[in-house]
Write a protein that binds this ligand. Structure first.
Ligand SMILES: C=C(O[C@H]1C=CC=C(C(=O)O)[C@@H]1O)C(=O)O
Length: 480
């Protein structure tokens, strides 16, 4: 059996933590926190260091199918952020969704008062956001609104082995602080710390062979690529990213935690994510693509486009990598993304700098990759940046507007959260958003898997379809 990755606290250890930090007398100053009857309720955001816990064990303990969650883990970077339950939320169905989300976040953060171990870097409330690819997602197909923003009840931040628990509790002038402290304490005490051992001891079942899959017509996809190539030839647009969806039905309901565990083991260099709408629709995946990350006013974004499979031997792998780095069609596909990102950041009055072109080698596929940096010299809300960058030509095309029009015409399904920005913003303006590619929408025993490929002049319909199959197969293998 794989060795357990968690340390199991004994109750007395937790009690000690509470004695130090939750002693009621010192916990918070009632005078400072109570709201006047007509004021909006204040929210205490209580930060507490807790013993190391596996992020999936945390999700398993606190996720309820009728509430929202957000899970995100980068195994290689040993980072995770998980949110369960809701203290404040806003569902937005408007084209102005980024601005509305930004205002909501600012209002929410104004009401929060940080307590507990607040001196630890990054120790504070985060708001979690998901946006659909198109601002007007088709409601009959997309179970998610154009934007969802929420301040969770419980949040875990994990960096290496250090874990912070954040509990966000609204306080009314009439609330009894004793009860709130008890609630926090009970939540921590109720964690089943042994879950990771159970996950590890399970046989890595894969029902892939039992699935009934209803794929879109592959010939239709290839004909659409050919039609797009004709439009590119007459300069209607220069790039388009076309996606393909496969629906699978399993004899038993999909298991969220086990599927995520498989994804993180198979794709340790990706961002593994899951989010729900509180109605049993989970959107999960393993995305290599970061839309934007902001830490202490340093912005990073990734131009990621242009792909090749990994080789079966080292020699074949090196050969495929070298071919990818030299391939003019793949480089054109990539350049469209880096040019777009640089231009869009300049429009925000930033001075972006790009690193030389490199390879991002993942377990099943390799990509051309250009990391782009910028210093935020003036105040810019993270969501203004997300609005400016989404959708990049890694998921839409060039020009954005025409490519999006054509995507709506060609694709027979609604993208919903596929290829859309998913992420968080914290109380200090730090933020991270990924692009929800290599993803699946799960409901009970049904899953819709999505993957796309960039089409530029020189693309070949057969090869683009093979690239999509490569991406989908690796996702399918993780679903159980
Ligand atoms: C749109 C997807 O991938 C994008 C990201 C990296 C490489 C891509 C490509 O080579 O086509 C795509 O632009 C997807 O996997 O669904």
């Amino acid at each position: 059996m794989t060795q357990s990755r968690i340390s199991m606290p004994v109750v007395s250890e937790l009690d000690l933590i509470f004695q130090d930090h939750l002693k009621l007398d010192n916990f918070w100053d009632q005078q400072q926190l109570v709201s006047e009857p007509n004021e909006p309720k204040k929210i205490i955001s209580f930060v507490q260091r807790i013993p190391t816990i596996d992020p999936l064990a945390f999700l398993q303990n606190f996720n309820h199918s009728n509430s929202l969650h957000f899970y995100w883990e980068n195994p290689r970077k040993q980072e995770a952020v998980i949110a369960c339950g809701v203290t404040q939320k806003l569902l937005i169905d408007s084209r102005d969704r980024f601005k509305i989300a930004q205002n909501f976040i600012q209002k929410c953060l104004k009401k929060t008062v940080r307590k507990g171990e607040t001196s630890i870097t990054g120790a504070g409330p985060h708001l979690f956001c998901t946006f659909t690819f198109f601002p007007d997602a088709d409601k009959s197909y997309s179970p998610f609104p154009a934007a969802t923003v929420f301040l969770p009840r419980l949040q875990l931040i994990k960096k290496n082995k250090s874990c912070l628990l954040i509990v966000n509790v609204p306080v009314n002038y009439a609330d009894n602080s004793k009860l709130i402290v008890e609630e926090i304490k009970q939540k921590i005490n109720s964690i089943d710390w042994s879950l990771q051992q159970k996950l590890n001891s399970e046989i890595n079942e894969c029902f892939a062979s039992n699935y009934n899959s209803i794929s879109e017509d592959s010939e239709y996809f290839k004909s659409v690529v050919t039609s797009a190539l004709n439009s590119i030839a007459i300069d209607e647009f220069s790039k388009i990213v076309l996606a393909y969806a496969t629906d699978v039905v399993s004899p038993v309901p999909f298991r969220l935690i086990k599927s995520l565990d498989n994804l993180r083991q198979r794709h340790p260099d990706c961002y593994i994510f899951s989010t729900s709408n509180g109605r049993d629709n989970n959107f999960i995946g393993a995305s290599p693509e970061r839309l934007v990350s902001i830490q202490n006013k340093q912005l990073v974004t990734d131009a990621l486009a242009g792909s090749a499979p990994r080789g079966k031997t080292t020699a074949e792998d090196v050969q495929l990598a070298n071919l990818l780095l030299k391939n003019r069609k793949e480089k054109r596909e990539h350049q469209a993304v880096s040019d777009f990102l640089i231009e869009r950041l300049r429009q925000l009055d930033l001075k972006p700098q790009q690193l030389p072109l490199q390879l991002l080698q993942l377990s099943n596929i390799q990509h051309l990759w250009t990391p782009i940096y910028a210093h935020l010299s003036h105040d810019l809300d993270p969501l203004e940046i997300v609005a400016q960058l989404h959708p990049t030509p890694a998921v839409a095309g060039v020009s954005t507007e025409i490519a999006c029009e054509q995507i709506r015409r060609y694709e027979k399904f609604d993208r919903s959260l596929y290829a859309a920005p998913l992420g968080w913003v914290d109380y200090q303006g730090n933020s991270e958003f990924i692009v929800g590619i290599r993803s699946a929408l799960i409901e009970g025993n049904r899953a819709r898997l999505y993957a796309g490929a960039g089409i530029v002049s020189g693309s070949n319909p057969e090869k683009e379809f093979a690239e999509i199959q490569l991406k989908l197969q690796s996702l399918l293998k993780a679903l159980v």
